[in-house]
Ligand binder design. Structure first.
Ligand SMILES: CC(C)(COP(=O)(O)OP(=O)(O)OC[C@H]1O[C@@H](n2cnc3c(N)ncnc32)[C@H](O)[C@@H]1OP(=O)(O)O)[C@@H](O)C(=O)NCCC(=O)NCCS
Length: 211
């Protein structure tokens, strides 16, 4: 970690006192909501991460991650929003569009190559060692099995696994999913969550209370 990166991390920690930020590097663009945890060894450059979300050790979250929602559980060794390099040019190396190699004066965005944005919804659980390619949207409440590679959008409240990740099943029936989505409980005030705590482990009681 460079001195600048160290000082930046200290500044972000002071600015976000409810968060636990052990990342070895953070980009300048990150917006943290409260009680976010970034574990050691993680490079974190998402633009936004919601309240109570956490990401495990040794992960990589690219700057093309537009947002990570509230209450997300992202396990160790996640690789989020991996960008492509050009396939059909003479070279796949980024010296043709990244200024750090000294051949071009400015970074250049190439449509369809390094401009895709990744969005992770609320209450998404990503198992250990998962890779998510850039440009994917993962719906609210989805579960991604350990060691999966996500190359396409993932539907809300689906469980997927494998390389590439395929649907295992949905967590609930369609009606239940619609009701939980409509409740948007992940945006509730903490007081309301606390008052309804027992219902979070009892889906039937939760649905009754919101109907
Ligand atoms: C995806 C997951 C949630 C599914 O759990 P589950 O609902 O109990 O699923 P099951 O164990 O009934 O498995 C269903 C099928 O999917 C397979 N499967 C389960 N997880 C898999 C994975 N990660 N990759 C590939 N296949 C998987 C099972 O072998 C089983 O196959 P079968 O039908 O041929 O027997 C779980 O297996 C998983 O990967 N959890 C992540 C654990 C983790 O990384 N935790 C980190 C802590 S935050």
């Amino acid at each position: 970690m460079t001195l600048v990166q160290f000082l930046w991390r200290q500044y972000i920690r002071l600015k976000n006192p409810t968060c636990t930020i052990h990342a070895y590097a953070l980009s300048k663009q990150v917006k943290f909501d409260k009680h976010v945890t970034i574990e050691p060894g993680t490079y974190f450059a998402a633009k936004k991460i919601g309240k109570y979300s956490f990401i495990g050790i040794n992960s990589y979250v690219d700057k093309s991650t537009a947002s990570i929602g509230n209450f997300c559980s992202i396990a160790m060794n996640a690789k989020i929003s991996l960008q492509n390099h050009p396939h059909e040019w003479v070279t796949t190396h980024p010296f043709t569009y990244r200024k750090k190699y000294g051949f071009v004066k400015e970074n250049i965005n190439i449509e369809g190559v390094n401009t895709k944005q990744t969005v992770i919804g609320n209450d998404v659980w990503i198992g250990a060692n998962v890779t998510v390619l850039a440009g994917v949207t993962i719906g609210n409440g989805a579960i991604i099995g350990a060691n999966s590679l996500v190359s396409k959008d993932i539907e809300p409240y689906s469980i997927v696994s494998g390389t590439p990740a395929r649907l295992v099943r949905y967590r609930f029936d369609e009606e239940t999913i619609a009701k939980i989505q409509a409740s948007q409980w992940w945006n509730w005030e903490d007081k309301k969550i606390q008052a309804n705590l027992s219902k979070f482990s009892n889906t039937e009681a939760f649905l009754k209370s919101i109907s």
